[in-house]
Structures are given as structure tokens and as C-alpha cells.
Design a protein around this ligand. Structure first.
Ligand code: HEC
Length: 205
């Protein structure tokens, strides 16, 4: 009797696994899931990606070691890297992200608000390693530990910065402040077709 019961459970588990594999392969092969970035993720998919991302970053950023405070020069260096590499996806105080970045799924968050959610160690980890399946690039290979530390120093202070603070940190030069525009024009090839309309609005600030 108990043996029969055990065999029944084993069969049930195998059957469930086979159905799960069948659903997985059906979704992958039939093209049932809409990958269009013009379409929002289903709530369940969005929740899964968000939760996986947050837990994964929390778990892996424990090994990051950073100084307690950052020197002003380090923050300023981070600000200039930010104006070159990040602003067109994430915006800055007084500066909107480029229009094309609003077409990404997930949409890159405005870091002036979103950075407050993360510890400096988590920011370091995210910038160094990037985030799979999201379009957030890994900058570790290009910027090295010092560059990533500088970016972290700047991004952790971003939520408290005013547009004037940001302008002062990036040299007070409107052209430098509009760092998003030249960087954006140089990056994705599609930019050449509508680059003229993709200039950040705040370039005029
Ligand atoms: C091509 C666009 C793009 C560029 C350039 C980019 N990011 Fe991101 N970034 C993203 C996207 C998309 C996400 C959202 C990931 C998610 O929600 O899963 C993200 C997420 C983040 C996050 C986590 C914030 C949150 O709440 O999700 C941080 C921190 C971050 N980026 C920092 C940076 C920094 C610093 C740079 C420049 C060195 C940078 N990013 C450049 C697209 C970009």
C-alpha cells in the first residue's frame, strides 16, 4: 500500500515535470511570448525579473569593499564618467534621459530618484557587472576599479543633488552638461536615423 503510494507520488512528480518542460518548449518554439519592447512585460514576468535582480544584487554585493567616505575629487571624476556613459539612459538632476532610452524594457530608471534604493556596495556591483536581460551594460572592463569607485561615489550622492550641483560637478559647461547628446550619437547605430530628435531636452538648460 505505502509502496504503491510512493510510486504514485513519483509518477505525479515526473508527470508534472514533463508538463512543465512541454510548456517551456512550447513557449520557446512557438514564439508565443511577445518580445516587442513596445509592449510592457506581463506583471508576473516583471515581478520575476525585478525580484530576481534585487535578490541577486543583494547576495553578490557583499564582497564589495568601499571607503566610508569619498573625496570631492573622486565624486567629481565620477560625475564626468556619468555624463559620458550614463546620463542618456538614466538622466541627471535637470536633465531628462534621451527619448530612445524610453523605448527600452525595462525602462532605465531616473537614477536621481532610484539610486536612493541601493547601498553604495550594490551600486558598485551593478555598475561593474551590469544586469542581464535588461540592457544595463557591465562597465567593469572599461572603467576599472577606480573608475567604478568614482561612479559609485557620484551615483550614491545623486539623490541629494540639485541641477546646479550637477552642472558645477560636470564643469559648469553646458556642452559638458549635455554629455548625453554626443555620447548617444556615438553609440547605437540606429541613432543616425533620428539622432536629431533624440537630443536631451535639458541640453538647452
Ligand atoms: C543603454 C542604457 C543604459 C546605460 C548606458 C546605463 N544603464 Fe544603468 N540601467 C539600465 C537599465 C535598463 C536598468 C534597469 C535594470 C532592471 O530594472 O532590471 C539599469 C539599472 C541601473 C541601476 C539600478 C537602478 C534600479 O533601481 O534598477 C544602476 C545603479 C545603474 N543602472 C547605474 C548605471 C550607471 C552608473 C551607468 C553608467 C556608467 C549606467 N547605469 C548606464 C540601462 C542603462
Amino acid at each position: 500500500m505505502t509502496r504503491k503510494f510512493g510510486a504514485g507520488i513519483a509518477l505525479g512528480i515526473i508527470g508534472t515535470l514533463l508538463v512543465a518542460v512541454a510548456i517551456w518548449l512550447t513557449i520557446a518554439y512557438t514564439g508565443a511570448y511577445n518580445v516587442a519592447a513596445s509592449d510592457q512585460h506581463a506583471d508576473a514576468v516583471r515581478w520575476t525579473l525585478d525580484t530576481t535582480m534585487h535578490r541577486s544584487v543583494e547576495r553578490r554585493s557583499g564582497d564589495v569593499e568601499l571607503p566610508e567616505t569619498f573625496a570631492d575629487e573622486v565624486v567629481a571624476e565620477g560625475a564626468s564618467h556619468y555624463a559620458e556613459s550614463c546620463v542618456y539612459c538614466h538622466g541627471a538632476p535637470g536633465q531628462e534621459p534621451t527619448e530612445w532610452s524610453r523605448g527600452m524594457r525595462p525602462e532605465p530608471p531616473h537614477l536621481t530618484e532610484a539610486a536612493a534604493e541601493w547601498s553604495a556596495e550594490e551600486i558598485y556591483w551593478i555598475v561593474e557587472n551590469g544586469i542581464k536581460m535588461s540592457g544595463m551594460p557591465a562597465f567593469g572592463a572599461h572603467h576599472g576599479p577606480e573608475g567604478i569607485t568614482a561612479l559609485t561615489a557620484f551615483v550614491s550622492q545623486l539623490p541629494g543633488l540639485s541641477p546646479d550641483d550637477y552642472r558645477a560637478l560636470t564643469g559648469g559647461d553646458p556642452a559638458a552638461n549635455a554629455g548625453g547628446a554626443p555620447a548617444a550619437a556615438a553609440s547605437p547605430p540606429e541613432e543616425t536615423t533620428d539622432g536629431a530628435t533624440a537630443e536631451p531636452a535639458a541640453a538647452a538648460d
